[in-house]
Design a protein. Sequence first.
Lengths: 344, 344
Amino acid sequence: METLDERRKKILCAIIQSHIDLNIPIGSFFITQKFSVGLSSATIRNTMAKLEELGYISQPHTSAGRVPTEKGYRFFVSTLLEEQTLAGNSELSDELSGKLMLTEKDNGKIVKEAANTLSLFSHYLALAIPPKTEDIVLKHIKFIKYEDRKVLAVLVSEEGMISNKIIELDRTYSQKQLDNASSYLNGKFHGLTIKIIREEITGQLHLDKAACDRLIANLIALCREVFTSETEDLTLNMLSGASNLPDFATMKQIKEILRAIEDKQFMLKLLHQMSGSQGTQVFVGMEHIIPSLRELSLVISTYKDGKQANGAIGIIGPTRMNYKKLIPMVDHTARALTRILTEI
Amino acid sequence: METLDERRKKILCAIIQSHIDLNIPIGSFFITQKFSVGLSSATIRNTMAKLEELGYISQPHTSAGRVPTEKGYRFFVSTLLEEQTLAGNSELSDELSGKLMLTEKDNGKIVKEAANTLSLFSHYLALAIPPKTEDIVLKHIKFIKYEDRKVLAVLVSEEGMISNKIIELDRTYSQKQLDNASSYLNGKFHGLTIKIIREEITGQLHLDKAACDRLIANLIALCREVFTSETEDLTLNMLSGASNLPDFATMKQIKEILRAIEDKQFMLKLLHQMSGSQGTQVFVGMEHIIPSLRELSLVISTYKDGKQANGAIGIIGPTRMNYKKLIPMVDHTARALTRILTEI
DNA sequence: GGTTAGCACTCTTAAGCGTTGAGTGCTATT
DNA sequence: AATAGCACTCAACGCTTAAGAGTGCTAACC
């Protein structure tokens, strides 16, 4: 595979950046004008022909300028990621600290707020994926009498997530009894991840049953439901700035995006793709996730919440988006989010 | 003001229904074909001229057919509302009962689920507005230790809404102390609406302070925050089926809708418009709510939640939407929702 | 008087067609 | 290797023309 020398890289980036700015095919003459590169248009043309041959750019039609291909964008993005541009996001910083430092919020709301701000500044659709339910560490569980035979279970995680779940029992218990059950479970499961708790419950359950009184056994049995079912609230997908829907996309694409985001599988898939790697990643062309999202890109970065769990926050926009500005922006937001979540 | 005789009504409705079905201007000849009305196109033309003069229909251009005006749609809708068409929504019924009867849900989730289903069947954007916070009746309040000086307050309403709120205190309290505070407040405020509680707190507070011990006084003071601030979760706007975004609308309109829905004021305004009147209402052309939503209509119906509070559920679609099908659908959903919420 | 056939008129839509201009690839030259 | 020159291609634009849908009006009809 032929590699790109310095000049070709420079011209390729010039084409892509120009196309991002102007959204028109870029011609050879334009490059000589805009970038005082000291070459004639004919030379640029030769280079362009080579770049096209290598698959980085293409022509919409014979007599048009060049447009970046996905491969082109990927190259462009990778250079940007290497550069680690620490562009001035001080405005964003201020807004973020201002909004996120208000103390009356649980972590879920903080993450959502971060996505909101990111959407506001990027003018694109922002999304935040909370950590996987499995990795969440239980801090506290509390049962509240809800109706005659229904109990509201409130779960608080070490990371600051809060989740409600209503469970139905086969008979009525007093609040006192429920409090006892809470204490027992708190003592037993405090500090463990949901994953481990789940295993404990399914595995050891029959052993404990004999040891403790009937009430608690019964409650544990029902608790199984709390921990085994998907505990939706914790994995709630957070989406923000739908009003910042991109101008670029067709109705069909927008529908696809929203449908995808409503679908939990998509988010999990995405998080899975991210996991392992740290920092900011860019997916140019999202067809490997959903075929119809071919013309869209995702700039996304992981954040940590103080414990071991990882989430992700990022934006969805057109493939032709201003990566130079947006990559540092997403990166910055994720860092700020991590900082604030660990500070608490 | 000249009134419409039977024939004119019939022709007007034929035009509107045809236009809704086909989304093209409707000509006189078309009407004679589709509806075996026993009149020639010339006669239809005369009637059309009259209907246009009266403002019910209009021509996009000289040689085009007729298109309904907003006035036309309003007339059409009012006849449909009179008719009380009880069209077959058995499929919707099944889906609804199936989804809503699952017992593990709180009322907030049930309402959301109803909006989801409505969106699924209508193929439009569905929205549900929960009852006004003020009218909600407190059933239970519980404090859970969250962090050192932070407490998670969980509010459960008689209607089955659940709300979380984190409040910050000036010192640390033990869970035991928090439980005492919960009991005290439960005893004092159980069964009262948020509105009354709010008044009690702001009014009587200084009197009680002397009577009860310092801890509780302090907690009540902080409780003020729980009840006076907007308790967002309870008034959370519920929106569903963004993926069912209408084909009809321009990007600009869609942005407007989403922006509007993100804005709480809009929802409150809407609920206010609804309040007083029962049953299903149709707003043709939403420019009285937001100017830019001129080409959109809203079909919305109130639901009751067993107590005195009212919410609303409905859909947003193009002015040219299939009212004949959708009005009964919304009506039906609201009824089913009321039934299920009161049954519990 | 209401209804209808006939007809001229209007205006959109689509197709056809030459012109323009941007941008290219190729070749000969430096 | 870089460049100037040139013929070539093709989308975009404006123009004209033809077709067709639907109207309003008038005169005849029941």
